[in-house]
Structure formats: structure tokens, C-alpha cells
Design a protein around this ligand. Structure first.
Ligand SMILES: [Cu+2]
Length: 135
């Protein structure tokens, strides 16, 4: 009887350990890291209904990269809740709040002009978008 309980206890501990390892592995996946070092880093801030390049005043500026670039976007929210999205590249940060940052990487694998925007509420309709130029 005692042995039987002991084995069950051991099996349970084993299962917990396996589950812990699986969860740790899943949590460790960093999509951004798989693309390697970025060719371009865009430091963006978002506030109100506008994005800007950190330290510069221009509202929803044109963002210019080269075709094939691994692009890293560091989004920092300085007011409200926002994200940064470009549909054509499946590029999207999390929706984050004031004081938070999120980083994504994507490959600009086609040239042209693409709209970047905030997908929160009606922000895009209210003008929270700009142009990503891939040349
Ligand atoms: Cu927004």
C-alpha cells in the first residue's frame, strides 16, 4: 500500500516536471530573435493619434527602409493605448499602454509604399497612420 502511493507520487512529480519544461520552452520562443540582427532600427513613440520617431517632432512620418532589410521596431507608448501594424508584412506589436514598450522584427521583403497604422478602436480612422516606404 505504501509503495503504491509512493509510485503514484513519483509519477505525479514527473508529470509536473515535464509540464514545467514544456511551458518554459514555449515561453522562450522569441519570434524577433529568429530573424537575426536588424538592418534598420526604428525607435517610435505613440501618443494621442500620432506616431513619431523618438526625439523628432514630425507627425506620422514616412519610414524609409530598403527591400530585404530586417526591420526592428521599438514602440514606446507615451500616451494612451496603441499598437503598430503593417498588414502586408504581418508586422504587429502588442497593444500596449503608456509607459510600456514592445519590440518586433520583420523582413521588408517587397518594395513599395505600405500603410502603417494603429489598430486600436478608431485611431486609424482618426488619422493614426503613416507610410512605410520600402525602396
Ligand atoms: Cu492608437
Amino acid at each position: 500500500m505504501t509503495d503504491h502511493v509512493g509510485i503514484r507520487k513519483l509519477l505525479f512529480v514527473g508529470l509536473v516536471l515535464v509540464a514545467a519544461v514544456v511551458l518554459t520552452a514555449a515561453g522562450g520562443q522569441e519570434g524577433a530573435e529568429e530573424l537575426g540582427e536588424p538592418d534598420v532600427v526604428l525607435d517610435l513613440t505613440a501618443e494621442g493619434r500620432e506616431f513619431s520617431i523618438a526625439g523628432e517632432g514630425e507627425e506620422n512620418p514616412d519610414l524609409i527602409v530598403s527591400e530585404g532589410d530586417v526591420v526592428q521596431v521599438n514602440l514606446e507608448i507615451t500616451g494612451g493605448n496603441h499598437d503598430w501594424v503593417v498588414d502586408e508584412f504581418n508586422a504587429a506589436t502588442e497593444v500596449i499602454r503608456q509607459g510600456e514598450t514592445d519590440t518586433i522584427r520583420f523582413v521588408a521583403d517587397q518594395s513599395g509604399e505600405f500603410e502603417y497604422y494603429c489598430s486600436v478602436g478608431s485611431h486609424r480612422a482618426q488619422g493614426m497612420y503613416g507610410t512605410l516606404i520600402v525602396q
